[in-house]
Design a protein around this ligand. Structure first.
Ligand code: AMP
Length: 221
């Protein structure tokens, strides 16, 4: 199955993408994760992206389109994927369609998750990431623990530079300006599914899987 997970920063795309990737056994392609790893490794991609990322701004379309072409053309994506964080501009959406055509991909489902802006700010400022495994947790869940529940690393939690409140507000502004117009582009395709991101995590997952089934897509879970 091929899925694009779309929605503003903090709406729960990453969390849902990880669960659905495991449930449906398809690779999770997070452009944010790929870029963050490139920054840690200080590769040419990481060096080119790091300043924009720190400010919560978008990395250039040229870099992002090159990255997504390399990733989706790889054979690990030939039987499906869940795309998280791409496209984020109209140019990226149009180029992605062209890439799908070149790769003979015609069955993509677009899952659009939405949530209220203040709830998003609250969620993102409460997020902490593990330096070792990169997994994200709610601050209230981890404040009594000194070990990461996923990898066991000690004292490894930190707040991502782009999860600080001023940067979050900037990311939301950029989402409204550059990314929301992509919604109109998707609406013309008539294969999108709308999901309320404010429900508990398990309910959001269930709603996504139910809607995908209803959309007559073969689910291998
Ligand atoms: P995310 O983890 O998806 O919120 O992405 C973190 C950061 O990576 C974003 O704030 C951008 O700076 C950059 N980024 C990720 N995906 C894209 C994209 N499709 N286009 C431009 N920048 C991106």
């Amino acid at each position: 199955m091929r899925i694009i997970l779309f929605g503003s920063p903090g709406v729960g795309k990453g969390t849902q993408a990880k669960i659905i990737s495991t449930t449906l056994n398809i690779p999770h392609i997070s452009t944010g994760d790929i870029l963050r790893q490139a920054v840690v490794d200080q590769t040419p991609l990481g060096l080119a992206a790091q300043e924009a990322m720190k400010r919560g701004e978008l990395v250039s379309d040229e870099i992002m389109i090159g990255l997504i072409k390399d990733t989706l053309s790889h054979k690990q994506c030939s039987n499906g994927f869940i795309l998280d964080g791409f496209p984020r501009t109209l140019t990226q959406a149009v180029e992605l369609d062209e890439l799908f055509e070149q790769l003979n991909i015609a069955d993509v489902r677009i899952v659009i998750i939405s949530a209220n802006e203040e709830e998003i700010v609250r969620r993102l400022t409460n997020r902490r990431a593990c330096k070792n495994c990169g997994n994200i947790f709610n601050y209230n869940d981890i404040k009594d623990l000194n070990a990461c529940p996923t990898c066991g690393a000690l004292d490894s939690f930190y707040q991502r530079e782009d999860d600080k409140e001023d940067v979050i507000r900037n990311r939301l502004r950029i989402y409204k300006r550059n990314t929301e117009p992509v919604l109109n582009y998707f609406q013309n395709k008539k294969n999108e599914i709308y999901i309320d991101g404010l429900a508990p995590i398990e309910d959001v997952t269930k709603n996504i899987l139910d809607e995908l089934k209803k959309a007559n897509t073969k689910i291998t879970a």
